[in-house]
Design a protein around this ligand. Structure first.
Ligand code: CFM
Length: 541
Protein backbone atom coordinates (compact mmCIF):
# COMPACT_ATOMS: atom_id res chain seq x y z
CA UNK A 1 0.00 0.00 0.00
CA UNK A 2 1.41 3.35 -0.93
CA UNK A 3 2.04 5.83 1.79
CA UNK A 4 -0.88 8.17 1.54
CA UNK A 5 0.04 10.25 4.51
CA UNK A 6 2.90 12.00 2.68
CA UNK A 7 0.44 13.14 0.05
CA UNK A 8 -1.74 15.00 2.52
CA UNK A 9 -1.65 18.75 2.51
CA UNK A 10 -0.47 20.10 5.83
CA UNK A 11 -3.66 20.15 7.89
CA UNK A 12 -2.61 23.19 9.87
CA UNK A 13 -2.51 25.23 6.67
CA UNK A 14 -5.96 23.97 5.82
CA UNK A 15 -7.18 24.79 9.29
CA UNK A 16 -5.86 28.32 8.99
CA UNK A 17 -7.48 28.73 5.60
CA UNK A 18 -10.83 27.69 7.04
CA UNK A 19 -10.61 29.97 10.05
CA UNK A 20 -9.33 32.97 8.10
CA UNK A 21 -12.75 33.61 6.55
CA UNK A 22 -14.57 33.77 9.88
CA UNK A 23 -14.96 36.91 12.01
CA UNK A 24 -12.45 36.79 14.86
CA UNK A 25 -14.85 35.74 17.60
CA UNK A 26 -16.28 32.93 15.51
CA UNK A 27 -12.84 31.74 14.39
CA UNK A 28 -11.85 31.54 18.04
CA UNK A 29 -14.79 29.31 18.80
CA UNK A 30 -14.56 27.09 15.71
CA UNK A 31 -10.85 26.62 16.25
CA UNK A 32 -11.54 24.41 19.25
CA UNK A 33 -13.75 22.09 17.20
CA UNK A 34 -11.25 21.64 14.36
CA UNK A 35 -8.50 19.46 15.74
CA UNK A 36 -5.41 17.80 14.30
CA UNK A 37 -5.31 14.26 15.64
CA UNK A 38 -2.51 12.57 17.44
CA UNK A 39 -3.52 9.06 18.52
CA UNK A 40 -0.69 8.93 21.06
CA UNK A 41 -1.63 12.19 22.79
CA UNK A 42 -5.26 12.75 22.00
CA UNK A 43 -6.12 16.44 21.90
CA UNK A 44 -9.33 17.84 23.36
CA UNK A 45 -12.20 18.46 20.93
CA UNK A 46 -14.87 21.02 21.65
CA UNK A 47 -18.15 19.17 21.13
CA UNK A 48 -21.82 19.24 22.13
CA UNK A 49 -21.95 23.04 22.19
CA UNK A 50 -24.32 25.38 20.39
CA UNK A 51 -23.94 25.91 16.68
CA UNK A 52 -23.10 29.53 15.89
CA UNK A 53 -26.18 31.25 14.43
CA UNK A 54 -25.78 31.89 10.72
CA UNK A 55 -23.53 28.89 10.16
CA UNK A 56 -25.04 26.14 8.01
CA UNK A 57 -24.89 23.05 10.21
CA UNK A 58 -25.65 19.38 9.49
CA UNK A 59 -27.47 19.02 12.78
CA UNK A 60 -31.12 18.26 13.50
CA UNK A 61 -33.21 19.05 16.57
CA UNK A 62 -33.95 17.43 19.93
CA UNK A 63 -37.37 16.22 18.82
CA UNK A 64 -35.73 14.46 15.84
CA UNK A 65 -33.37 12.61 18.19
CA UNK A 66 -36.18 11.55 20.52
CA UNK A 67 -39.05 10.72 18.19
CA UNK A 68 -37.22 9.89 14.99
CA UNK A 69 -34.18 8.07 16.28
CA UNK A 70 -34.99 6.32 19.55
CA UNK A 71 -38.76 5.79 19.48
CA UNK A 72 -39.31 5.73 15.72
CA UNK A 73 -38.30 2.09 15.14
CA UNK A 74 -40.67 0.49 17.71
CA UNK A 75 -43.72 -0.87 15.95
CA UNK A 76 -46.37 -1.51 18.62
CA UNK A 77 -46.66 2.06 19.88
CA UNK A 78 -48.67 4.93 18.46
CA UNK A 79 -46.27 7.89 18.54
CA UNK A 80 -48.28 11.11 18.55
CA UNK A 81 -46.48 14.32 17.67
CA UNK A 82 -48.06 17.17 19.59
CA UNK A 83 -47.49 20.22 17.44
CA UNK A 84 -48.14 21.91 14.13
CA UNK A 85 -48.26 19.51 11.20
CA UNK A 86 -44.96 20.71 9.71
CA UNK A 87 -42.98 18.99 12.48
CA UNK A 88 -44.46 15.67 11.40
CA UNK A 89 -42.95 15.69 7.96
CA UNK A 90 -39.86 14.10 9.45
CA UNK A 91 -41.92 11.65 11.47
CA UNK A 92 -43.26 9.95 8.41
CA UNK A 93 -40.98 7.24 7.07
CA UNK A 94 -38.08 9.57 6.46
CA UNK A 95 -35.67 7.31 8.35
CA UNK A 96 -34.98 3.87 6.93
CA UNK A 97 -35.60 1.81 10.06
CA UNK A 98 -37.15 -1.46 8.97
CA UNK A 99 -39.28 -3.78 11.06
CA UNK A 100 -40.57 -7.33 10.78
CA UNK A 101 -43.75 -8.10 12.75
CA UNK A 102 -43.83 -11.81 13.65
CA UNK A 103 -47.19 -12.38 11.93
CA UNK A 104 -49.14 -10.36 9.36
CA UNK A 105 -51.68 -9.50 12.07
CA UNK A 106 -49.10 -8.24 14.58
CA UNK A 107 -49.32 -4.51 15.23
CA UNK A 108 -47.10 -2.24 13.19
CA UNK A 109 -47.74 1.52 13.29
CA UNK A 110 -44.43 2.58 11.79
CA UNK A 111 -46.03 3.38 8.46
CA UNK A 112 -48.44 5.85 10.09
CA UNK A 113 -47.87 9.45 11.03
CA UNK A 114 -49.84 10.78 14.00
CA UNK A 115 -50.06 14.49 14.74
CA UNK A 116 -52.33 16.77 16.75
CA UNK A 117 -52.07 19.30 13.92
CA UNK A 118 -52.13 22.33 16.22
CA UNK A 119 -53.77 25.44 14.84
CA UNK A 120 -53.47 29.13 15.78
CA UNK A 121 -56.30 28.81 18.32
CA UNK A 122 -54.50 25.93 20.09
CA UNK A 123 -51.37 28.04 20.35
CA UNK A 124 -53.38 30.90 21.87
CA UNK A 125 -55.76 28.94 24.13
CA UNK A 126 -53.70 25.79 24.77
CA UNK A 127 -53.60 22.39 23.10
CA UNK A 128 -54.06 19.95 25.98
CA UNK A 129 -57.71 19.25 25.19
CA UNK A 130 -56.83 18.52 21.60
CA UNK A 131 -54.05 16.21 22.73
CA UNK A 132 -56.37 14.23 25.02
CA UNK A 133 -58.82 13.90 22.17
CA UNK A 134 -56.06 12.72 19.82
CA UNK A 135 -54.95 10.04 22.29
CA UNK A 136 -58.54 8.84 22.69
CA UNK A 137 -59.07 8.78 18.95
CA UNK A 138 -55.84 6.86 18.33
CA UNK A 139 -56.81 4.34 20.97
CA UNK A 140 -60.29 3.80 19.57
CA UNK A 141 -59.00 3.34 16.04
CA UNK A 142 -55.94 1.18 16.66
CA UNK A 143 -56.04 -0.25 20.19
CA UNK A 144 -52.24 -0.08 20.41
CA UNK A 145 -50.13 -1.62 23.16
CA UNK A 146 -49.11 1.86 24.28
CA UNK A 147 -49.21 5.48 23.17
CA UNK A 148 -46.50 8.06 23.48
CA UNK A 149 -46.52 11.82 22.96
CA UNK A 150 -43.77 14.12 21.72
CA UNK A 151 -43.69 17.85 22.43
CA UNK A 152 -42.55 20.14 19.65
CA UNK A 153 -41.23 23.68 20.14
CA UNK A 154 -44.54 25.61 20.39
CA UNK A 155 -45.86 23.16 22.99
CA UNK A 156 -42.97 24.00 25.28
CA UNK A 157 -43.40 27.70 24.65
CA UNK A 158 -47.11 27.80 25.54
CA UNK A 159 -46.65 25.38 28.45
CA UNK A 160 -49.07 22.55 27.66
CA UNK A 161 -48.64 19.90 30.38
CA UNK A 162 -48.36 16.81 28.21
CA UNK A 163 -47.34 14.64 31.17
CA UNK A 164 -50.56 15.43 33.05
CA UNK A 165 -52.56 14.65 29.91
CA UNK A 166 -50.67 11.34 29.52
CA UNK A 167 -51.29 10.38 33.16
CA UNK A 168 -55.01 11.07 32.80
CA UNK A 169 -55.27 9.10 29.58
CA UNK A 170 -53.27 6.21 31.03
CA UNK A 171 -55.89 6.03 33.77
CA UNK A 172 -58.81 6.38 31.39
CA UNK A 173 -57.63 3.89 28.73
CA UNK A 174 -55.81 1.37 30.90
CA UNK A 175 -52.72 1.23 28.63
CA UNK A 176 -49.31 2.82 29.15
CA UNK A 177 -49.34 6.42 27.89
CA UNK A 178 -46.17 8.45 28.35
CA UNK A 179 -44.82 11.70 27.02
CA UNK A 180 -41.47 13.24 26.11
CA UNK A 181 -40.61 16.90 26.70
CA UNK A 182 -38.38 16.85 23.65
CA UNK A 183 -39.08 20.29 22.20
CA UNK A 184 -36.68 20.95 19.35
CA UNK A 185 -34.93 23.75 21.23
CA UNK A 186 -34.30 21.69 24.42
CA UNK A 187 -30.69 20.97 23.58
CA UNK A 188 -28.03 21.88 21.05
CA UNK A 189 -28.80 18.93 18.75
CA UNK A 190 -30.50 15.54 18.37
CA UNK A 191 -28.29 14.29 21.17
CA UNK A 192 -30.45 15.91 23.85
CA UNK A 193 -33.43 14.05 22.39
CA UNK A 194 -31.62 10.72 22.78
CA UNK A 195 -31.06 11.46 26.44
CA UNK A 196 -34.67 12.53 27.03
CA UNK A 197 -35.91 9.37 25.28
CA UNK A 198 -33.54 7.15 27.29
CA UNK A 199 -34.73 8.68 30.55
CA UNK A 200 -38.42 8.20 29.89
CA UNK A 201 -38.13 4.68 28.51
CA UNK A 202 -36.10 3.78 31.57
CA UNK A 203 -38.47 5.39 34.09
CA UNK A 204 -41.83 4.53 32.48
CA UNK A 205 -41.31 1.35 30.51
CA UNK A 206 -38.34 -0.88 31.45
CA UNK A 207 -39.21 -3.19 34.34
CA UNK A 208 -42.99 -2.77 34.12
CA UNK A 209 -43.29 -6.51 33.64
CA UNK A 210 -41.34 -7.76 36.61
CA UNK A 211 -41.01 -11.40 35.71
CA UNK A 212 -41.18 -12.79 32.28
CA UNK A 213 -39.25 -15.96 33.11
CA UNK A 214 -36.22 -17.25 31.20
CA UNK A 215 -36.55 -17.16 27.43
CA UNK A 216 -33.20 -18.79 26.75
CA UNK A 217 -29.95 -19.86 28.35
CA UNK A 218 -28.06 -16.73 27.30
CA UNK A 219 -30.16 -13.57 27.24
CA UNK A 220 -28.99 -10.31 25.75
CA UNK A 221 -30.30 -6.86 24.81
CA UNK A 222 -28.99 -5.15 21.70
CA UNK A 223 -28.70 -1.40 22.24
CA UNK A 224 -28.16 1.40 19.76
CA UNK A 225 -28.87 -0.66 16.64
CA UNK A 226 -31.76 0.92 14.71
CA UNK A 227 -32.16 -1.50 11.82
CA UNK A 228 -31.37 1.02 9.12
CA UNK A 229 -31.41 -0.83 5.82
CA UNK A 230 -32.01 -4.15 7.63
CA UNK A 231 -28.77 -4.19 9.67
CA UNK A 232 -30.52 -5.66 12.73
CA UNK A 233 -31.93 -8.57 10.72
CA UNK A 234 -28.37 -9.67 9.92
CA UNK A 235 -27.30 -9.51 13.57
CA UNK A 236 -30.41 -11.33 14.79
CA UNK A 237 -29.46 -14.28 12.58
CA UNK A 238 -25.97 -14.41 14.10
CA UNK A 239 -27.28 -14.28 17.68
CA UNK A 240 -29.67 -17.09 16.94
CA UNK A 241 -26.96 -19.22 15.38
CA UNK A 242 -24.75 -18.67 18.42
CA UNK A 243 -27.57 -19.63 20.78
CA UNK A 244 -28.07 -16.19 22.32
CA UNK A 245 -31.63 -15.02 22.93
CA UNK A 246 -32.42 -11.41 22.10
CA UNK A 247 -34.72 -10.13 24.83
CA UNK A 248 -35.11 -6.57 23.55
CA UNK A 249 -33.56 -4.38 20.93
CA UNK A 250 -33.32 -0.65 21.61
CA UNK A 251 -34.76 0.02 19.15
CA UNK A 252 -34.35 -1.53 15.71
CA UNK A 253 -37.03 -4.11 14.87
CA UNK A 254 -38.50 -3.75 18.34
CA UNK A 255 -41.62 -3.49 20.43
CA UNK A 256 -42.34 -1.40 23.50
CA UNK A 257 -43.74 -4.58 25.01
CA UNK A 258 -40.25 -6.14 25.02
CA UNK A 259 -38.73 -3.12 26.82
CA UNK A 260 -41.01 -3.86 29.74
CA UNK A 261 -39.06 -7.03 30.57
CA UNK A 262 -35.68 -5.95 29.14
CA UNK A 263 -34.25 -6.19 32.67
CA UNK A 264 -34.32 -9.99 32.21
CA UNK A 265 -31.20 -9.81 30.01
CA UNK A 266 -27.82 -11.03 31.28
CA UNK A 267 -25.91 -8.52 29.19
CA UNK A 268 -26.39 -5.29 27.25
CA UNK A 269 -24.48 -4.88 23.99
CA UNK A 270 -24.01 -1.24 23.05
CA UNK A 271 -23.57 -0.49 19.37
CA UNK A 272 -24.23 3.27 19.10
CA UNK A 273 -22.66 4.61 22.23
CA UNK A 274 -23.87 8.16 21.69
CA UNK A 275 -27.58 7.51 21.52
CA UNK A 276 -28.08 4.79 24.12
CA UNK A 277 -25.27 4.69 26.71
CA UNK A 278 -27.63 6.32 29.23
CA UNK A 279 -30.03 3.33 29.43
CA UNK A 280 -27.13 0.88 29.53
CA UNK A 281 -25.61 2.75 32.46
CA UNK A 282 -28.91 3.06 34.32
CA UNK A 283 -29.76 -0.61 33.81
CA UNK A 284 -26.44 -1.60 35.29
CA UNK A 285 -27.08 0.52 38.38
CA UNK A 286 -30.63 -0.62 38.89
CA UNK A 287 -30.51 -4.26 37.79
CA UNK A 288 -26.81 -5.12 37.77
CA UNK A 289 -26.69 -5.87 34.03
CA UNK A 290 -23.19 -5.21 32.65
CA UNK A 291 -22.61 -3.64 29.24
CA UNK A 292 -19.81 -3.43 26.75
CA UNK A 293 -19.34 -1.72 23.42
CA UNK A 294 -19.68 -3.70 20.21
CA UNK A 295 -19.27 -2.75 16.59
CA UNK A 296 -20.82 -4.76 13.79
CA UNK A 297 -19.68 -2.47 11.01
CA UNK A 298 -16.68 -4.12 9.36
CA UNK A 299 -15.95 -7.84 9.11
CA UNK A 300 -13.07 -7.81 11.60
CA UNK A 301 -15.01 -5.66 14.04
CA UNK A 302 -17.99 -8.02 13.74
CA UNK A 303 -15.82 -11.07 14.42
CA UNK A 304 -14.27 -9.33 17.42
CA UNK A 305 -17.67 -8.36 18.85
CA UNK A 306 -19.19 -11.82 18.39
CA UNK A 307 -16.15 -13.42 20.03
CA UNK A 308 -16.42 -11.07 22.96
CA UNK A 309 -20.09 -11.93 23.36
CA UNK A 310 -19.29 -15.66 23.41
CA UNK A 311 -16.41 -15.09 25.80
CA UNK A 312 -18.71 -13.25 28.20
CA UNK A 313 -20.95 -16.29 28.56
CA UNK A 314 -17.93 -18.59 28.44
CA UNK A 315 -20.02 -21.48 27.16
CA UNK A 316 -18.02 -24.03 25.19
CA UNK A 317 -20.79 -24.81 22.74
CA UNK A 318 -21.46 -21.14 22.07
CA UNK A 319 -17.77 -20.44 21.52
CA UNK A 320 -17.58 -23.29 19.01
CA UNK A 321 -20.66 -22.16 17.14
CA UNK A 322 -19.29 -18.61 17.03
CA UNK A 323 -15.97 -19.74 15.62
CA UNK A 324 -17.74 -21.80 12.98
CA UNK A 325 -19.88 -18.84 12.00
CA UNK A 326 -16.87 -16.52 11.78
CA UNK A 327 -14.83 -18.98 9.76
CA UNK A 328 -17.63 -19.59 7.29
CA UNK A 329 -18.45 -15.89 6.83
CA UNK A 330 -14.84 -14.72 6.75
CA UNK A 331 -14.12 -17.03 3.81
CA UNK A 332 -16.79 -15.20 1.80
CA UNK A 333 -15.55 -11.82 3.00
CA UNK A 334 -11.94 -12.56 2.04
CA UNK A 335 -12.87 -13.64 -1.48
CA UNK A 336 -14.57 -10.28 -2.14
CA UNK A 337 -11.83 -8.23 -0.46
CA UNK A 338 -9.21 -9.91 -2.62
CA UNK A 339 -11.06 -8.90 -5.76
CA UNK A 340 -12.12 -5.38 -4.73
CA UNK A 341 -9.19 -4.14 -2.66
CA UNK A 342 -6.64 -3.77 -5.49
CA UNK A 343 -9.14 -1.56 -7.34
CA UNK A 344 -9.79 0.88 -4.51
CA UNK A 345 -6.73 0.68 -2.29
CA UNK A 346 -5.11 4.02 -1.54
CA UNK A 347 -8.30 6.04 -2.10
CA UNK A 348 -9.10 8.65 0.51
CA UNK A 349 -12.33 9.19 2.44
CA UNK A 350 -14.02 11.83 4.56
CA UNK A 351 -16.85 10.95 6.95
CA UNK A 352 -19.34 13.24 8.62
CA UNK A 353 -22.27 11.46 10.24
CA UNK A 354 -24.24 11.86 13.47
CA UNK A 355 -22.56 10.32 16.44
CA UNK A 356 -21.27 6.82 15.69
CA UNK A 357 -21.05 6.03 12.04
CA UNK A 358 -18.24 8.46 11.30
CA UNK A 359 -16.17 6.16 13.51
CA UNK A 360 -17.66 2.74 12.72
CA UNK A 361 -17.40 3.05 8.94
CA UNK A 362 -13.68 3.77 9.11
CA UNK A 363 -13.39 0.02 9.84
CA UNK A 364 -14.98 -0.89 6.51
CA UNK A 365 -12.83 1.56 4.61
CA UNK A 366 -9.72 0.27 6.36
CA UNK A 367 -10.50 -3.29 5.24
CA UNK A 368 -10.31 -2.07 1.65
CA UNK A 369 -7.15 -0.05 2.21
CA UNK A 370 -9.04 3.26 2.00
CA UNK A 371 -7.65 5.92 4.30
CA UNK A 372 -9.76 8.36 6.33
CA UNK A 373 -8.44 11.90 6.00
CA UNK A 374 -11.04 13.83 7.95
CA UNK A 375 -13.95 12.74 10.13
CA UNK A 376 -16.38 14.26 12.54
CA UNK A 377 -19.73 13.92 14.25
CA UNK A 378 -22.74 16.17 13.99
CA UNK A 379 -23.56 15.89 17.66
CA UNK A 380 -21.12 13.49 19.35
CA UNK A 381 -19.77 14.39 22.78
CA UNK A 382 -16.13 14.48 23.80
CA UNK A 383 -16.29 10.85 24.96
CA UNK A 384 -17.27 9.77 21.44
CA UNK A 385 -14.12 11.43 20.14
CA UNK A 386 -11.61 10.97 22.93
CA UNK A 387 -13.01 7.98 24.81
CA UNK A 388 -15.04 7.55 28.00
CA UNK A 389 -12.04 8.28 30.15
CA UNK A 390 -12.67 12.02 29.61
CA UNK A 391 -16.24 11.92 30.96
CA UNK A 392 -15.31 13.21 34.44
CA UNK A 393 -13.57 16.21 32.89
CA UNK A 394 -16.40 17.23 30.55
CA UNK A 395 -17.63 20.70 31.40
CA UNK A 396 -21.34 20.69 32.17
CA UNK A 397 -22.75 23.83 30.59
CA UNK A 398 -26.23 25.34 30.87
CA UNK A 399 -27.45 23.44 27.81
CA UNK A 400 -26.49 20.05 29.23
CA UNK A 401 -27.85 20.94 32.64
CA UNK A 402 -31.17 21.47 30.94
CA UNK A 403 -31.46 17.70 30.42
CA UNK A 404 -32.43 15.79 33.50
CA UNK A 405 -29.97 13.27 34.99
CA UNK A 406 -32.10 10.56 36.60
CA UNK A 407 -31.12 9.45 40.09
CA UNK A 408 -31.05 5.68 39.86
CA UNK A 409 -30.74 3.27 42.73
CA UNK A 410 -30.46 -0.48 42.99
CA UNK A 411 -33.74 -2.37 42.69
CA UNK A 412 -34.60 -4.39 45.81
CA UNK A 413 -36.27 -7.24 43.99
CA UNK A 414 -34.86 -7.19 40.48
CA UNK A 415 -31.13 -6.57 41.04
CA UNK A 416 -29.00 -9.53 39.94
CA UNK A 417 -25.88 -9.75 42.10
CA UNK A 418 -24.68 -12.85 40.23
CA UNK A 419 -24.10 -10.71 37.12
CA UNK A 420 -21.94 -8.34 39.09
CA UNK A 421 -19.88 -11.25 40.36
CA UNK A 422 -19.54 -12.55 36.81
CA UNK A 423 -18.45 -9.11 35.69
CA UNK A 424 -15.73 -8.68 38.28
CA UNK A 425 -14.47 -12.21 37.61
CA UNK A 426 -14.09 -11.40 33.93
CA UNK A 427 -12.55 -8.01 34.65
CA UNK A 428 -9.89 -9.82 36.65
CA UNK A 429 -8.96 -11.62 33.44
CA UNK A 430 -8.64 -8.38 31.50
CA UNK A 431 -12.14 -8.35 29.98
CA UNK A 432 -13.31 -4.77 29.40
CA UNK A 433 -16.72 -3.31 30.23
CA UNK A 434 -17.95 0.32 29.76
CA UNK A 435 -15.27 0.40 27.17
CA UNK A 436 -15.79 2.98 24.48
CA UNK A 437 -12.39 4.36 23.50
CA UNK A 438 -13.76 6.87 21.01
CA UNK A 439 -12.90 7.62 17.43
CA UNK A 440 -9.56 9.39 17.68
CA UNK A 441 -7.33 6.52 18.86
CA UNK A 442 -8.33 4.72 15.64
CA UNK A 443 -7.42 7.64 13.38
CA UNK A 444 -3.98 8.38 12.00
CA UNK A 445 -1.71 11.12 13.19
CA UNK A 446 -2.43 14.38 11.37
CA UNK A 447 -5.90 13.32 10.33
CA UNK A 448 -8.37 16.12 10.93
CA UNK A 449 -11.27 15.85 13.33
CA UNK A 450 -14.04 18.41 12.91
CA UNK A 451 -17.07 18.60 15.19
CA UNK A 452 -20.37 19.97 13.80
CA UNK A 453 -18.77 20.81 10.47
CA UNK A 454 -20.24 23.78 8.60
CA UNK A 455 -21.06 24.10 4.94
CA UNK A 456 -18.13 26.45 4.40
CA UNK A 457 -15.71 24.09 6.08
CA UNK A 458 -17.02 21.18 3.98
CA UNK A 459 -16.37 23.05 0.74
CA UNK A 460 -12.94 24.12 1.87
CA UNK A 461 -11.71 20.65 2.88
CA UNK A 462 -12.99 19.21 -0.39
CA UNK A 463 -11.30 21.91 -2.40
CA UNK A 464 -7.97 21.56 -0.62
CA UNK A 465 -7.77 17.81 -0.01
CA UNK A 466 -9.78 16.44 -2.93
CA UNK A 467 -11.00 13.20 -1.34
CA UNK A 468 -12.13 10.26 -3.48
CA UNK A 469 -15.30 9.72 -1.49
CA UNK A 470 -17.32 11.76 0.98
CA UNK A 471 -19.75 10.17 3.44
CA UNK A 472 -22.60 12.21 4.91
CA UNK A 473 -26.35 12.62 4.36
CA UNK A 474 -28.91 13.92 1.91
CA UNK A 475 -28.35 17.58 2.85
CA UNK A 476 -24.72 17.34 1.77
CA UNK A 477 -25.08 14.88 -1.10
CA UNK A 478 -25.60 17.13 -4.10
CA UNK A 479 -23.36 19.95 -2.93
CA UNK A 480 -20.49 17.46 -2.67
CA UNK A 481 -21.29 15.73 -5.94
CA UNK A 482 -21.18 19.07 -7.74
CA UNK A 483 -17.50 19.10 -6.82
CA UNK A 484 -17.11 15.87 -8.80
CA UNK A 485 -16.77 13.77 -5.65
CA UNK A 486 -19.11 10.81 -5.06
CA UNK A 487 -21.10 10.93 -1.83
CA UNK A 488 -22.25 7.84 0.04
CA UNK A 489 -25.11 8.48 2.43
CA UNK A 490 -24.41 6.76 5.71
CA UNK A 491 -27.73 7.67 7.32
CA UNK A 492 -30.04 6.09 4.73
CA UNK A 493 -27.35 4.02 2.94
CA UNK A 494 -28.69 5.53 -0.31
CA UNK A 495 -31.45 2.93 -0.12
CA UNK A 496 -28.84 0.11 -0.11
CA UNK A 497 -27.62 -2.07 2.71
CA UNK A 498 -27.61 -3.89 5.01
CA UNK A 499 -24.02 -3.02 5.89
CA UNK A 500 -23.77 -4.71 9.30
CA UNK A 501 -22.06 -8.01 9.92
CA UNK A 502 -20.19 -10.05 7.32
CA UNK A 503 -22.79 -9.97 4.59
CA UNK A 504 -23.20 -6.26 5.21
CA UNK A 505 -19.47 -5.76 4.82
CA UNK A 506 -19.59 -7.55 1.47
CA UNK A 507 -22.45 -5.29 0.35
CA UNK A 508 -20.37 -2.27 1.29
CA UNK A 509 -17.23 -3.47 -0.50
CA UNK A 510 -19.23 -4.01 -3.67
CA UNK A 511 -20.77 -0.57 -3.32
CA UNK A 512 -17.30 0.97 -2.99
CA UNK A 513 -16.18 -0.94 -6.05
CA UNK A 514 -19.07 0.58 -8.01
CA UNK A 515 -18.42 4.06 -6.69
CA UNK A 516 -14.64 4.19 -6.67
CA UNK A 517 -13.27 1.85 -9.28
CA UNK A 518 -14.39 4.13 -12.08
CA UNK A 519 -13.37 7.61 -13.11
CA UNK A 520 -16.76 8.93 -14.08
CA UNK A 521 -16.85 11.46 -11.23
CA UNK A 522 -13.62 13.08 -12.35
CA UNK A 523 -15.10 13.74 -15.77
CA UNK A 524 -17.89 15.83 -14.32
CA UNK A 525 -17.58 19.49 -15.00
CA UNK A 526 -20.25 22.07 -14.36
CA UNK A 527 -21.64 22.97 -17.81
CA UNK A 528 -21.59 26.69 -17.04
CA UNK A 529 -17.82 26.55 -16.76
CA UNK A 530 -17.50 25.91 -20.49
CA UNK A 531 -20.51 27.57 -22.01
CA UNK A 532 -22.72 30.36 -20.74
CA UNK A 533 -26.05 29.13 -19.47
CA UNK A 534 -27.81 32.51 -19.32
CA UNK A 535 -27.53 35.11 -22.06
CA UNK A 536 -28.97 38.57 -21.97
CA UNK A 537 -28.56 42.05 -23.31
CA UNK A 538 -28.80 45.45 -21.74
CA UNK A 539 -29.69 48.80 -23.20
CA UNK A 540 -27.86 51.73 -21.72
CA UNK A 541 -29.37 55.15 -22.13
FE1 CFM B 1 -26.35 6.51 16.60
FE2 CFM B 1 -27.74 6.09 14.54
FE3 CFM B 1 -25.52 7.55 14.56
FE4 CFM B 1 -27.68 8.47 15.83
FE5 CFM B 1 -28.74 9.66 13.64
FE6 CFM B 1 -28.81 7.26 12.34
FE7 CFM B 1 -26.58 8.72 12.44
MO1 CFM B 1 -28.64 9.52 11.01
S1 CFM B 1 -28.51 6.68 16.45
S2 CFM B 1 -25.64 8.55 16.38
S3 CFM B 1 -29.07 10.18 15.69
S4 CFM B 1 -25.73 5.49 14.75
S5 CFM B 1 -30.29 8.79 12.44
S6 CFM B 1 -29.04 5.23 13.06
S7 CFM B 1 -27.41 7.62 10.81
S8 CFM B 1 -27.31 10.72 12.50
S9 CFM B 1 -24.41 8.35 12.94
Amino acid sequence: MKNIKTELPDPSVLKEEILKRYPRKIAKKREKSIVINDPDAIPEVQANVRTIPGIITQRGCTYAGCKGVILGPSRDVVNIVHGPIGCSFYAWLTRRNQTQPPTPDSPNFITYCFSTDMQDSNIVFGGEQKLRQAIREAYELFHPYSISVFSTCPVGLIGDDIHAACREMKEELGINVFGFSCEGYRGVSQSAGHHIANNKIFSDVVGREETKGRMGKFQINMMGEYNIGGDAFVLEKYFEEMGATLVASFSGNSTIESYEYAQEADLNLVMCHRSINYIAEMMEKKYGIPWFKVNFIGANASAKSLRKLAEYFGDKEMIEKTEMLIEREMAKVKAVIERVRPKVEGKRAMLFVGGSRAHHYQELFGELGIETLVAGYEFGHRDDYEGRRVIPSIKVDADSRNIEELQVSQSDRLFKPELLTKKSGLEGKGFKFHDYEGMMPDMKKNSLVIDDISHWETEKIIEMMKPDIFCAGIKEKYVVQKHGIPLKQLHSYDYGGPYAGFEGAINFYLEMERMLACDIWKMIDAPWKNEPSIMGSMVYE
